[in-house]
Write a protein that binds this ligand. Structure first.
Ligand SMILES: Nc1nc2c(ncn2[C@@H]2O[C@H](COP(=O)(O)OP(=O)(O)OP(=O)(O)O)[C@@H](O)[C@H]2O)c(=O)[nH]1
Ligand SMILES: [Zn+2]
Length: 189
Protein backbone atom coordinates (compact mmCIF):
# COMPACT_ATOMS: atom_id res chain seq x y z
CA UNK A 1 0.00 0.00 0.00
CA UNK A 2 1.31 3.45 -0.96
CA UNK A 3 0.76 5.52 2.19
CA UNK A 4 1.39 9.25 2.68
CA UNK A 5 5.14 8.89 3.37
CA UNK A 6 5.59 6.85 0.17
CA UNK A 7 3.54 9.38 -1.78
CA UNK A 8 5.92 12.10 -0.52
CA UNK A 9 8.81 10.11 -2.04
CA UNK A 10 6.94 9.92 -5.36
CA UNK A 11 6.21 13.67 -5.31
CA UNK A 12 9.90 14.35 -4.75
CA UNK A 13 10.96 11.98 -7.53
CA UNK A 14 8.46 13.47 -10.02
CA UNK A 15 9.77 16.98 -9.31
CA UNK A 16 13.29 15.72 -10.02
CA UNK A 17 12.18 14.11 -13.28
CA UNK A 18 10.40 17.29 -14.39
CA UNK A 19 13.57 19.29 -13.75
CA UNK A 20 15.70 16.67 -15.50
CA UNK A 21 13.57 16.86 -18.65
CA UNK A 22 14.03 20.64 -18.70
CA UNK A 23 10.69 21.71 -17.23
CA UNK A 24 10.00 24.23 -14.50
CA UNK A 25 8.02 22.33 -11.81
CA UNK A 26 6.78 25.70 -10.48
CA UNK A 27 4.97 26.72 -13.65
CA UNK A 28 1.19 26.78 -13.18
CA UNK A 29 0.42 23.72 -15.33
CA UNK A 30 2.95 21.56 -13.48
CA UNK A 31 2.77 22.78 -9.91
CA UNK A 32 0.21 20.14 -8.88
CA UNK A 33 1.62 17.41 -11.13
CA UNK A 34 3.88 15.67 -8.54
CA UNK A 35 0.88 15.30 -6.24
CA UNK A 36 -1.36 14.05 -9.05
CA UNK A 37 1.23 11.48 -10.12
CA UNK A 38 1.68 10.30 -6.51
CA UNK A 39 -2.09 9.79 -6.19
CA UNK A 40 -2.19 8.10 -9.60
CA UNK A 41 0.59 5.64 -8.61
CA UNK A 42 -1.21 4.91 -5.33
CA UNK A 43 -4.20 3.95 -7.47
CA UNK A 44 -2.48 1.88 -10.17
CA UNK A 45 0.09 0.17 -7.89
CA UNK A 46 -1.83 -1.38 -5.01
CA UNK A 47 -0.64 -3.78 -2.34
CA UNK A 48 1.40 -6.88 -3.22
CA UNK A 49 0.11 -9.06 -0.37
CA UNK A 50 -2.09 -12.05 -1.27
CA UNK A 51 -5.68 -11.31 -2.25
CA UNK A 52 -7.80 -11.86 0.88
CA UNK A 53 -10.13 -14.85 0.65
CA UNK A 54 -12.99 -12.84 2.18
CA UNK A 55 -13.20 -10.80 -1.02
CA UNK A 56 -14.13 -13.86 -3.06
CA UNK A 57 -17.62 -15.28 -2.49
CA UNK A 58 -17.92 -18.98 -3.33
CA UNK A 59 -21.26 -20.72 -3.85
CA UNK A 60 -22.28 -24.36 -3.76
CA UNK A 61 -24.22 -25.69 -6.77
CA UNK A 62 -26.21 -28.92 -6.66
CA UNK A 63 -25.38 -30.05 -10.20
CA UNK A 64 -21.80 -29.89 -11.37
CA UNK A 65 -21.71 -27.43 -14.29
CA UNK A 66 -19.29 -27.56 -17.18
CA UNK A 67 -16.89 -24.82 -18.22
CA UNK A 68 -17.69 -21.34 -16.92
CA UNK A 69 -16.30 -18.68 -19.27
CA UNK A 70 -16.02 -14.90 -18.83
CA UNK A 71 -15.09 -13.19 -22.10
CA UNK A 72 -13.55 -9.83 -22.95
CA UNK A 73 -12.84 -8.56 -19.43
CA UNK A 74 -10.97 -5.27 -19.87
CA UNK A 75 -7.79 -4.65 -17.88
CA UNK A 76 -5.05 -2.02 -17.55
CA UNK A 77 -1.61 -2.70 -16.10
CA UNK A 78 1.86 -1.10 -16.15
CA UNK A 79 4.81 -2.75 -17.84
CA UNK A 80 7.67 -3.24 -15.42
CA UNK A 81 10.35 -2.33 -17.97
CA UNK A 82 9.17 1.16 -18.89
CA UNK A 83 6.32 1.94 -16.49
CA UNK A 84 4.05 2.50 -19.46
CA UNK A 85 0.57 0.99 -19.69
CA UNK A 86 -0.33 -2.23 -21.38
CA UNK A 87 -4.02 -3.00 -21.67
CA UNK A 88 -6.53 -5.21 -23.39
CA UNK A 89 -8.89 -8.04 -22.57
CA UNK A 90 -8.74 -11.22 -20.55
CA UNK A 91 -10.65 -14.46 -21.20
CA UNK A 92 -11.01 -16.68 -18.14
CA UNK A 93 -12.57 -20.14 -18.03
CA UNK A 94 -12.71 -22.74 -15.29
CA UNK A 95 -14.25 -26.15 -14.79
CA UNK A 96 -15.82 -26.31 -11.30
CA UNK A 97 -15.15 -29.10 -8.84
CA UNK A 98 -16.38 -29.76 -5.28
CA UNK A 99 -19.75 -28.39 -6.61
CA UNK A 100 -18.28 -24.96 -6.07
CA UNK A 101 -18.45 -21.79 -8.19
CA UNK A 102 -17.24 -18.24 -7.60
CA UNK A 103 -19.30 -15.02 -7.65
CA UNK A 104 -19.03 -13.82 -11.26
CA UNK A 105 -17.94 -10.26 -10.43
CA UNK A 106 -15.06 -11.66 -8.39
CA UNK A 107 -13.17 -12.72 -11.52
CA UNK A 108 -12.84 -9.15 -12.92
CA UNK A 109 -12.01 -8.06 -9.35
CA UNK A 110 -9.25 -10.66 -9.21
CA UNK A 111 -7.89 -9.45 -12.56
CA UNK A 112 -7.85 -5.85 -11.29
CA UNK A 113 -6.07 -6.98 -8.14
CA UNK A 114 -3.38 -8.86 -10.15
CA UNK A 115 -2.98 -5.92 -12.57
CA UNK A 116 -2.07 -3.38 -9.91
CA UNK A 117 1.66 -3.90 -9.82
CA UNK A 118 4.48 -3.56 -12.35
CA UNK A 119 3.98 -6.56 -14.63
CA UNK A 120 4.95 -8.45 -17.72
CA UNK A 121 2.01 -9.84 -19.63
CA UNK A 122 3.10 -13.47 -19.35
CA UNK A 123 3.42 -13.27 -15.55
CA UNK A 124 0.07 -11.50 -15.24
CA UNK A 125 -1.51 -14.36 -17.21
CA UNK A 126 -0.10 -17.00 -14.86
CA UNK A 127 -0.78 -14.97 -11.69
CA UNK A 128 -4.49 -14.69 -12.51
CA UNK A 129 -4.68 -18.47 -13.03
CA UNK A 130 -2.73 -19.32 -9.86
CA UNK A 131 -4.80 -16.96 -7.69
CA UNK A 132 -8.02 -18.45 -9.07
CA UNK A 133 -6.63 -21.93 -8.35
CA UNK A 134 -5.81 -20.94 -4.78
CA UNK A 135 -9.21 -19.36 -4.12
CA UNK A 136 -11.55 -21.76 -5.91
CA UNK A 137 -9.59 -24.99 -6.54
CA UNK A 138 -11.39 -25.78 -9.83
CA UNK A 139 -10.67 -28.85 -11.99
CA UNK A 140 -9.09 -26.72 -14.72
CA UNK A 141 -8.34 -23.11 -15.64
CA UNK A 142 -7.71 -21.36 -18.95
CA UNK A 143 -6.55 -17.75 -19.10
CA UNK A 144 -5.90 -15.90 -22.32
CA UNK A 145 -4.82 -12.25 -22.60
CA UNK A 146 -4.69 -10.03 -25.64
CA UNK A 147 -2.97 -6.71 -25.04
CA UNK A 148 -1.39 -3.61 -26.56
CA UNK A 149 1.82 -2.30 -25.03
CA UNK A 150 2.43 1.43 -25.10
CA UNK A 151 6.18 0.79 -24.77
CA UNK A 152 6.06 -0.83 -28.22
CA UNK A 153 3.70 1.76 -29.72
CA UNK A 154 4.68 5.27 -28.66
CA UNK A 155 8.45 4.75 -28.37
CA UNK A 156 11.23 2.27 -29.14
CA UNK A 157 10.22 -0.04 -31.97
CA UNK A 158 7.10 2.18 -32.60
CA UNK A 159 4.65 -0.41 -33.91
CA UNK A 160 1.11 0.80 -33.16
CA UNK A 161 -1.68 -1.76 -32.93
CA UNK A 162 0.34 -4.93 -32.31
CA UNK A 163 -1.74 -7.35 -30.22
CA UNK A 164 0.29 -9.58 -27.92
CA UNK A 165 -1.46 -12.82 -27.01
CA UNK A 166 -0.55 -14.99 -24.04
CA UNK A 167 -2.25 -17.96 -22.44
CA UNK A 168 -2.02 -20.42 -19.58
CA UNK A 169 -3.84 -23.74 -19.11
CA UNK A 170 -4.03 -26.02 -16.10
CA UNK A 171 -5.78 -29.22 -15.04
CA UNK A 172 -8.45 -30.43 -17.47
CA UNK A 173 -7.56 -27.74 -20.04
CA UNK A 174 -4.08 -29.29 -20.27
CA UNK A 175 -5.24 -32.89 -20.33
CA UNK A 176 -8.36 -32.67 -22.50
CA UNK A 177 -7.63 -31.29 -25.98
CA UNK A 178 -11.35 -31.24 -26.85
CA UNK A 179 -12.03 -28.93 -23.88
CA UNK A 180 -9.15 -26.67 -24.84
CA UNK A 181 -10.43 -26.53 -28.42
CA UNK A 182 -13.91 -25.61 -27.13
CA UNK A 183 -12.40 -22.77 -25.07
CA UNK A 184 -10.45 -21.48 -28.08
CA UNK A 185 -13.55 -21.68 -30.32
CA UNK A 186 -15.74 -19.91 -27.80
CA UNK A 187 -13.35 -17.01 -27.22
CA UNK A 188 -13.26 -16.11 -30.93
CA UNK A 189 -17.06 -16.18 -31.33
N1 LIG B 1 7.95 -10.64 -22.76
C1 LIG B 1 7.56 -9.41 -22.48
N2 LIG B 1 8.32 -8.36 -22.86
C2 LIG B 1 7.88 -7.13 -22.58
C3 LIG B 1 6.67 -6.87 -21.95
N3 LIG B 1 6.52 -5.52 -21.84
C4 LIG B 1 7.61 -4.98 -22.41
N4 LIG B 1 8.45 -5.95 -22.87
C5 LIG B 1 9.73 -5.90 -23.56
O1 LIG B 1 10.80 -5.76 -22.66
C6 LIG B 1 11.95 -5.52 -23.43
C7 LIG B 1 12.92 -4.64 -22.69
O2 LIG B 1 14.07 -4.62 -23.48
P1 LIG B 1 15.37 -3.73 -23.19
O3 LIG B 1 16.29 -3.93 -24.35
O4 LIG B 1 15.87 -4.03 -21.82
O5 LIG B 1 14.77 -2.27 -23.15
P2 LIG B 1 14.72 -1.15 -24.30
O6 LIG B 1 16.12 -0.75 -24.68
O7 LIG B 1 13.83 -0.04 -23.82
O8 LIG B 1 14.06 -1.97 -25.49
P3 LIG B 1 13.10 -1.51 -26.70
O9 LIG B 1 11.69 -1.50 -26.17
O10 LIG B 1 13.31 -2.56 -27.75
O11 LIG B 1 13.53 -0.14 -27.12
C8 LIG B 1 11.44 -4.93 -24.74
O12 LIG B 1 11.65 -5.89 -25.75
C9 LIG B 1 9.93 -4.77 -24.50
O13 LIG B 1 9.15 -4.91 -25.69
C10 LIG B 1 5.88 -7.98 -21.56
O14 LIG B 1 4.81 -7.87 -20.98
N5 LIG B 1 6.36 -9.22 -21.86
ZN1 LIG C 1 7.52 -1.74 -21.55
Amino acid sequence: MIDESKQAKIRHAVREILEAVGENPERPGLVETPDRVARMYAEVFATKTAAPFDNYKLFKVTDQTEMVLLKDIPFYSMCEHHLLPFFGTVQVAYVPQHHQVIGLSKIPRLIDYCSKQPNVQERLTVTIAKELQRILDPAGIAVSISARHMCMEMRGVSKPGVQTESSYYSGQFREDMELKREFLQRIVN
